[in-house]
Design a protein. Structure first.
Length: 428
């Protein structure tokens, strides 16, 4: 769990969106976090102390006492919290924090966190007109200039609504990440290509694009700056991912040319895209379907993208290819992956059989420059995370560092780090 051992103070203020805080707590705990809830007096009119005590497993703090809870949780010392998350953050609380006003337990926690360098994330929730109030915008800008992070609200029904719990948790994961992917530039090229036959029909490959989306999500969770270059997808893309769209192999080649500068700044490019091996000259309009019982199409080989990417991003940039086969046993699949590794000058290849297409789980083998293949199996999100943890050491260190093999036992530095610590009271 990526937040194992991390301590988070959740500040809850008086927006109706406070009813979502138990779900936010559940998401954070699901990733391993230890959460303490602090409520403003107005928040207690919407969500009860008991509800959040039940959700967190800790007493809820509503008012400061002689235990100086704001200092105990966020002041100096090895047991202080790793992050202050205020969700929902009202216009009132945002403005108070920006002007140093401490009149609730939440604003006092923010004051201590700002003074002591504890990271802060705000998840605003308010009426749209309040969010556009020049004073509120100025206060948000001031907080951002101080290093406070903002979790973008959802604009709907005249409101700037609290981001969904999964997005709030993703922002926390990204902010607290500390592994080899932190701060790295990652491009994931995924989804299926579509080669137009006419203006309404196309040739494509079977692919949901889920592996690409999960790789991008898991890289974001690990602190990477991620771009998803997406072809045809059958799964949603989270709002927090920067996405560029392409349709055909030709479109993707054009995108590579247009974004060559960005590609050359990438530390790693992962390509689980289902790219057409053949393309066709599209006909204008729609081919009549009643004129003949048969239709002859002339296909020609489509350009290969992996060699173009390798030329665009020579070593030390890491290029990871993906290989899909049908009806191959484990030995043959590994052989095909090694052939692709050499043929396309890749750093790594991930290979799998077509049985995982459209399925919630997958089984893949990771082939590197040396050593045996490493087999991984499970839900696609978990396999994506395991792949990144295995590949992480190969991008650690300064540019130009030689790629390293993953540990023989398949573990990663993240899996071998520390143990969970509790928040313990202490004197001010």
């Amino acid at each position: 769990m990526l937040l194992a051992g991390r301590r988070i103070v959740l500040g809850v203020t008086g927006s109706i969106a406070a009813i979502e805080t138990p779900r936010i707590i559940r998401e954070l705990i699901r990733h391993g976090a230890d959460v303490r809830a602090v409520l403003s007096p107005e928040a207690t009119r919407i969500v009860s102390e008991e509800a959040l005590a039940f959700a967190t497993g800790h007493p809820t703090i509503v008012r400061l006492t002689g235990e100086v809870e704001h200092v105990t949780l966020l002041g100096p010392g090895e047991d202080r919290a790793d992050l202050l998350l205020i969700a929902p953050a009202t216009a009132n609380t945002i403005s108070k924090i920006a002007h140093g006003i401490d009149d609730t337990a939440v604003t006092s926690c923010a004051s201590v966190a700002l003074g002591g360098g504890v990271p802060i994330l705000l998840a605003p929730a308010m009426h749209a007109h309040m969010g556009q109030n020049p004073a509120v915008r100025e206060n948000l800008d001031r907080l951002v200039s101080w290093g406070v992070g903002l979790i973008r609200p959802e604009a709907a029904e005249g409101e700037e609504k609290l981001a969904p719990p999964e997005e709030v948790a993703a922002a926390v994961l990204h902010r607290l990440a500390s592994g080899p992917w932190t701060g790295r530039k990652v491009v994931v090229v995924g989804g299926a290509s579509r080669e137009s036959i006419d203006e309404v029909r196309s040739l494509t490959n079977e692919s949901s694009g889920e592996t690409a989306v999960q790789l991008a999500v898991q890289a974001y969770f690990r602190g990477a700056n991620v771009e998803l270059w997406a072809g045809s997808l059958q799964v949603p893309v989270p709002r927090y991912l920067t996405t560029r769209r392409w349709r055909s192999v030709g479109d993707l080649r054009a995108l590579i040319t247009a974004e060559l500068g960005a590609l050359q700044k990438a530390d790693a490019v992962l390509v689980p895209a289902a790219l057409s091996d053949y393309t066709i000259d599209a006909r204008a309009g729609k081919i009549p379907s009643r004129e003949s019982d048969t239709l002859r199409l002339e296909l020609r080989a489509a350009p290969k993208i992996l060699p173009e990417l390798r030329r665009a991003i020579p070593a030390p940039h890491r290029l990871v290819g993906f290989k899909l086969e049908a009806g191959r046993d484990a030995s043959a699949l590994e052989s095909e992956a090694r052939r692709s590794l050499k043929e396309n000058s890749l750093d790594w290849v991930v290979a799998n059989d077509r049985t995982s297409l459209g399925a919630p789980t997958t089984r893949v083998v990771l082939i590197g420059p040396a050593g045996p293949g490493k087999w991984l199996e499970g839900p696609k999100s978990e396999v994506a995370g395991q792949l990144l943890d295995l590949l992480g050491p190969s991008i650690a260190g300064p540019p130009g560092a030689r790629a390293r093999e993953p540990p023989a036992d398949g573990s990663s530095p993240r899996h071998r780090r520390g143990v969970r610590r509790k928040i313990r009271p202490r004197a001010s």
